[in-house]
Structure formats: structure tokens, C-alpha cells
Design a protein around this ligand. Structure first.
Ligand code: ADP
Ligand code: MG
Length: 698
């Protein structure tokens, strides 16, 4: 049960003064939770700061700068009555330049009171050049001399969502800070004092009520403390999970390797050296009377599926069962397609179970599973539904792990007795970050590409040459080639993504006819499968897609990948997308269409892709580039699961957090000491309390 002292932080945001159900909805969108709580707001970090200590002259203001300036109000220009929806402008100036304040849907009497002609006002907001003139749309604050004296000299800026203003968020934050109880310290005291960490509550105060800009920089002591809290919570949860899993001693599934040999014999190729090495690692693990927790990391196309099948064959030979869980139905079907012929040759009984299976057919599969008439089941989330039971599940293989939460992983492993776990990931994560996502797992890497793969010719092309690209695609289609065309990622709105993809589809379909097909995330899975099947069969040759094809899709005959607005994608994502081609014998090309002019970082990112196909190297470079990114500006949120800790700044604290978590559990496995109790608070605050249930009862 959650400690009572935390209750005020877990109360609904609507318990704060001024937050009603309408605002709650907006906060819900902002904070990514339907019914946001006080703690969710407190952990919403500022993205920048307003510094009122320096008030630049208008002459010195840069485009896009967040500034506070002192200006004289010169003139009001209300919209003409005939164009009531035009903006209301107020012209202001200092002795160096003029600044136009622009208001939409403004009330005249209100603005006249706020900005009386002839008087001086302090105005803050984002200044921009518009047709060469400096302007500010909806200033954040407009105050007179006295009001200015009452304003904090530095003030945080938060990421917002439409309808929420900074003022509203700050007020709510005040209310939230006031709710902070005095919590016992959960960090090791010697460590906290060496790092000069403020306490949890003090750190939140620093970050949300900074006294100087540095307070909210990620490297500040306050920010770092909170980041470390987040890392420690994550590592402690993983350590608890691991302890829980290790506690149930494993069962050795030893095999002579007869079945494995049959699978290998059915392969039309030889395993690469690193596939062989991974197979050896796994077979050894499986034979040991301890549970396996192994991560198989391999770049796209490096051949993880066959390694997974060989692993499965080892437990199947011992008379037990294996399951492969994929994040999407397309992927599950694709695994099935790769595996089915090999399995048949080896006499392994395979079935597919997805959310689409219902009724009698599903019942039949469930019956066969529980009777042990299926050796290997491949599926989606449907696999860990409650009524799915196994005869004797020995090995759970989880593909694209970071899309599943810890408790989902657990749900599958609890369907058997001491289930061994193999996690497959196609996202090459730098070693330093493996720990963050997977905790203390053993790792096998597939670093080489299967023999016979040709390098992908990667080129960057400015978007205004799109007509040339379309011509080239036309020629390729005539030659019988197959191509993907990935449409831009716009904002976070799937609707807009879709519109872009549909528009491109219509245009290209008009030009190239029935050879053009469309696939996107809003389609029913049967429709998606059908579109994939048409493309795989060659019935369609140009597949327009949103990023649904990012993960794992395998059509070896596809040799061209066009990515529109490549500058909007993350490096890892581009690499994943490109990995959809270059899988067969044909020579492949990847065209990265970008909208110029590119910033330095964007240029560097595209250059890395041109230079390298090594996913591990790309991941490392990605990390470096982000480190050099704008300190407090908008960042790519490339790594899921963390709100506060940033890999480039706080990555070095990860191993400390892991060691600390391990030490805590050695000394206090049930979190019963005073520090252990405090750590339970930490787990709740960071939403890791699932892990508390894993503590051995009694
Ligand atoms: P991923 O690691 O992305 O999941 P897959 O397992 O889907 O990669 O393998 C990609 C393709 O490479 C498949 O068509 C598979 O049959 C083929 N493949 C796997 N291993 C080898 C190998 N050693 N030599 C040649 N082709 C291989
Ligand atoms: Mg795969």
C-alpha cells in the first residue's frame, strides 16, 4: 500500500486551486496521462528560462529570442471593422528600434488599459522578425514599473500544449510545490553529500523556482539530483525484477542438439560467426540450472529470428515449449513466415496467436497449447492474456523489447515454471545505455551482416528536387524494382501524418497507377497485412507508408527507400527505416529527402548515415550529437521511458545507480530498513511501484 504521506502528491491535479476539469484535459495531454496527478506536474521539467536581469535594447534582440524589454507604447492599430478577425497591433519602441505587439481575438478596452499610449511597459515573450520587422505575438507578460519590481528576475518556461499558457502552468506549479511533504532521504547520505545534492523537495523548488538560469540546466545539482532519482528508481525496479526471477531457480533444458541440427540443415545459408556465437551463449545458458536473462542485440537484418528459432529448438527438444512475442501483428506474421518452413523441416509444431484470433479457432489453439501439441507459439500481446496457458513454457522470446513494459514481460514469464528469457532488440543501443533499458542482463551482439549483403547507396537530396526523384522512381518501377516511400513525421499528430501520406499516395497513384499502394497505422491489421502481402508478392511496387514500416518488415526484393523530410526523423529511426532495404541480393539505394537549409546538427546526422551502416556506430554518434545539442532548447526525445534523465548529461550516473540498487538489495532485500522504506517512496513517485509487489512476502 502506498505510504499515506505521499497522498497529496497522488491527488488529482483538479485538487489544485484553479484547475478544473477543462484544464485537467489539457494537462492530461501535456503530461501524457488521462488523469494527471500532482506528482506528474512536479516532474514536468522546465525547458527554458526567462531571464529578466538583462533587458536588451531592441536593436540587439535576435530572431526567436525569449526576451524581456522595456518599451514605450506608441500607437494602437485595431483591425478595421470590416476585417474583425485580423490581429490587433500595438506599436512600441525604445531609442534603438520598434517592436510590434500582435494580439489575436483581443478586446480593445483591455489592451488600451494594459498598454496606454505614451507609457513605459515591460514586455516579455518570444521576439521574431516578420517581414524584417521585430514583433511579438501574445507577449507572455506585460507589466508596468511597479509590476516589474514584483516579478521574479528569472522564471522557468515549460513545454506547453495548445490552450495552456505559461502563467496558468506556473500557478498550478505553485500549488503543487506547496503540497510537497517532507520526505525522508532515500539517497545514500555520503553519496548525496559528495554530489552536493539538495533534498528531493528542495531540488524541485530549485528547478521550478530558479533564482538563476543555471538552476534549471540539466547539469545543475538540483536537476541532476532529480535525474539520479529517476535512474535509481528504474534500476531498483529492474534489480527487484531480476532478484525475483533469479529466486525461482531455473530448470536446465539440456539437449543433445538433434533438433537444432535439423533446423541448421534446413537453412539455405550458413550462420554468421556472431550468430553462431550467440547460439552457443544461449544453449549454454539454457542448460544451466539458473534462469537465462539474455539480450540479443543485432542491427536490422542481422538475422536474429533464426537465432531465436534455434534457441527455441533447444527447449523443444527437451520436450518443452517456447513463445515468441512481437510488438505488432505484421511482425508476428513475418516471424511466422521465416520460421514456418524451417520448423516444418525440423518437425517443430508452430502456431500463431494474435488479437485477431477469436472464437473457435482461438479456442483450438489454446487447447493445443495447454496440451503441449504446439511447440512454438508466435504472437503479439495476445500471448499474455489471462486465459492463455501452456503445457510447459520454458523459453519466452520477446522481440523489440522496449515497446513492452516490465510487467508485460513478467506476465509472459509467469505462464511457465522458471521461464528463461531472451530479448531481441533491433535498436542498437550503446552499451552505456543497455543497462537503463534492460538492467543487468547478459548481452549477445550480432555485429556482422549476413554474407552476400551489399552496401546501401545512401544519398541526401534537397526536397525541391522531388520531381527528379519521382522520375527516378518511375524508371525503377518500369524495371520491375520495388520501393518504399516514407512520409514525413509531422508534429505528434497521427492525423496530420496520415494526411501527408494520403496526399502523396494520391499524387503518385495518379502518376504510376495500380503499382502504388498505401500502408499506415490507422488501417486495420488485416488491411495492413494485405498491403504488405501485395508488396511482398510484387503486385504493388511502390509502397507509401507512415512509420509503421519502421519495425522489422522484411521484403528482400525491395531495393529503394525514399524518406521524405529526413531531417525530421531521429538518427536511429532513419537507420531502422533504411534497414528495410539492402536485405536481398539486389543493390539498394536510400534517398534522404531533406528540406533545407539544414542546421549543423541535422547536417552532421545525415552525413553519418551516408558514411555508415553500422547501427552501433550510428547510435554512438547520435548520442554525441545530442550532447552537443542546444542546452535547453527543443530536444529530440529519442529515448523512451525517461522524463528527466538525459543520456548525454546523466548517462554517467547510470552505473552508479545500478551499483547502488544492487548494494541496497544485498543488504536490505525486502526494503525494510529506514532507507529501504524511503526507497519505496521513491519507487512510487517514479511510477515503479509494480516492483514492490515482487518483494518476497514475509
Ligand atoms: P533481424 O535481425 O532484423 O530480425 P532477420 O532475422 O529478419 O533480421 O533476418 C533478415 C534476413 O536475413 C532474413 O531474410 C533471413 O532469412 C536472412 N538471414 C539470416 N541469417 C542469415 C545468414 N547467416 N546468411 C544469410 N542470410 C541470413
Ligand atoms: Mg526481426
Amino acid at each position: 500500500m502506498r505510504p499515506l504521506v505521499l497522498n497529496p502528491l497522488f491527488a488529482s491535479l483538479t485538487s489544485l486551486p484553479g484547475v478544473g476539469t477543462k484544464l485537467e484535459q489539457l494537462y492530461g495531454r501535456l503530461l501524457g496521462r488521462e488523469q494527471p496527478r500532482v506528482i506528474d506536474l512536479l516532474l514536468h521539467m522546465p525547458s527554458g528560462i526567462i531571464d529578466r536581469r538583462a533587458r536588451p535594447k531592441l536593436r540587439d534582440v535576435r530572431d526567436g529570442q525569449l526576451v524581456t524589454v522595456a518599451v514605450r507604447v506608441e500607437e494602437h492599430r485595431p483591425p478595421p471593422p470590416s476585417r474583425g478577425r485580423a490581429p490587433y497591433r500595438v506599436v512600441t519602441s525604445d531609442d534603438t528600434n520598434t517592436l510590434t505587439l500582435t494580439f489575436f481575438h483581443a478586446r480593445k478596452d483591455y489592451l488600451e488599459k494594459l498598454l496606454p499610449v505614451g507609457e513605459t511597459r515591460y514586455v516579455s515573450g518570444v521576439a521574431e522578425f516578420y517581414d524584417g520587422n521585430l514583433q511579438m505575438v501574445h507577449p507572455d507578460r506585460v507589466v508596468d514599473e511597479k509590476g516589474f519590481a514584483d516579478l521574479p528576475l528569472v522564471e522557468p518556461v515549460y513545454p506547453l500544449t495548445e490552450g495552456l499558457t505559461l502563467g496558468v502552468v506556473r500557478r498550478a506549479m505553485d500549488g503543487a510545490l506547496a503540497r510537497l511533504p517532507d520526505l525522508p532521504e532515500w539517497q545514500d547520505e555520503a553519496w548525496a553529500s559528495r554530489e552536493q545534492f539538495p533534498g528531493f523537495a528542495a531540488a524541485l523548488h530549485h528547478v521550478h523556482r530558479p533564482t538563476e538560469p543555471h538552476d534549471i540546466a540539466p547539469e545543475s545539482r538540483a536537476f541532476t539530483r532529480l535525474a539520479f532519482d529517476e535512474l535509481l528508481a528504474g534500476q531498483l525496479a529492474l534489480a527487484l525484477l531480476r532478484a525475483h526471477m533469479r529466486r525461482e531457480a531455473g530448470r536446465g533444458s539440456s539437449s543433445e542438439g538433434r533438433l537444432r541440427a535439423k533446423v541448421m540443415k534446413a537453412l539455405p545459408y550458413a550462420l554468421t560467426h556472431s550468430q553462431q556465437q550467440a547460439v552457443n551463449d544461449i544453449i549454454n545458458d539454457l542448460a544451466l540450472p539458473q534462469r537465462m536473462l539474455r539480450l540479443l542485440q543485432g542491427d536490422v537484418g542481422s538475422g536474429k529470428t533464426v537465432v531465436a528459432l534455434i534457441a527455441a529448438s533447444a527447449v523443444i527438444e527437451a520436450g518443452r515449449q517456447a513463445a515468441i512475442m512481437a510488438p505488432t501483428e505484421i511482425l508476428a506474421r513475418q516471424h511466422l513466415a521465416t520460421i514456418a518452413p524451417l520448423a516444418e523441416a525440423a518437425g517443430i509444431r508452430v502456431a500463431l496467436l494474435t488479437g485477431r484470433d477469436r472464437g473457435g479457432e482461438r479456442d483450438a489453439i489454446l487447447d493445443r497449447l495447454v496440451l503441449g501439441d504446439i511447440d512454438l507459439v508466435i504472437g503479439t500481446h495476445a500471448l499474455f492474456q489471462e486465459d492463455v496457458a501452456f503445457h510447459d513454457l520454458a523459453l519466452a522470446i520477446v522481440d523489440e523489447q522496449h515497446r513492452f513494459g516490465v510487467h508485460q514481460r513478467l506476465a509472459l514469464t509467469q505462464k511457465g515454471n522458471a521461464v528463461d528469457v531472451l530479448v531481441l532488440t533491433a535498436t542498437p543501443i550503446p552499451r552505456t545505455l543497455v543497462l537503463t533499458y534492460f538492467g543487468d542482463m547478459d548481452v549477445s551482439e550480432l555485429r556482422e551482416k549476413p554474407a552476400g549483403r551489399q552496401p546501401i547507396d545512401t544519398r541526401t537530396i534537397a526536397l525541391d528536387r522531388i520531381a527528379d526523384v519521382e522520375d527516378a522512381i518511375g524508371r525503377a518501377i518500369d524495371e520491375g524494382k520495388r520501393a518504399y516511400w516514407v512520409c514525413p513525421l509531422v508534429e505528434e499528430s497521427e492525423k496530420i501524418d496520415l494526411a501527408a501520406a494520403e496526399a502523396r499516395y494520391k499524387e503518385l497513384r495518379k502518376r504510376f497507377g495500380a503499382k502504388v499502394d498505401l500502408i499506415h497505422g490507422k488501417m486495420k491489421s488485416a488491411e495492413k497485412d494485405a498491403a504488405m502481402a501485395r508488396f511482398a508478392a510484387g503486385d504493388s511496387q511502390l509502397l507509401i507508408a507512415t512509420t509503421v514500416i519502421e519495425v522489422g518488415v522484411d521484403v528482400p526484393e525491395a531495393t529503394i527507400m525514399v524518406i521524405e523530410h529526413a531531417e525530421r526523423f531521429g538518427l536511429a529511426q532513419l537507420h531502422q527505416l533504411r534497414g528495410r532495404v539492402g536485405r536481398g541480393a539486389g543493390k539498394s539505394t536510400c534517398l534522404l529527402l531533406y528540406k533545407g537549409p539544414l542546421g549543423e546538427t541535422a547536417k552532421a546526422r545525415l552525413a553519418i548515415l551516408r558514411e555508415s551502416e553500422d547501427g552501433f556506430r550510428i547510435a554512438e554518434e547520435d548520442l554525441k550529437l545530442r550532447g552537443e545539442g542546444d542546452l535547453l532548447g527543443t530536444r529530440q526525445s529519442g529515448l523512451p521511458g525517461f522524463h528527466i534523465a538525459r543520456p548525454e548529461t546523466h548517462g554517467k550516473y547510470l552505473s552508479v545507480a545500478r551499483d547502488d540498487a544492487a548494494l541496497v538489495l544485498t543488504r536490505d532485500p525486502n526494503l525494510e530498513t529506514p532507507r529501504g522504506q524511503a526507497l519505496r517512496d521513491l519507487l512510487y513517485l517514479f511510477g515503479k511501484d509494480e516492483a514492490i509487489k515482487l518483494i518476497r512476502a514475509g
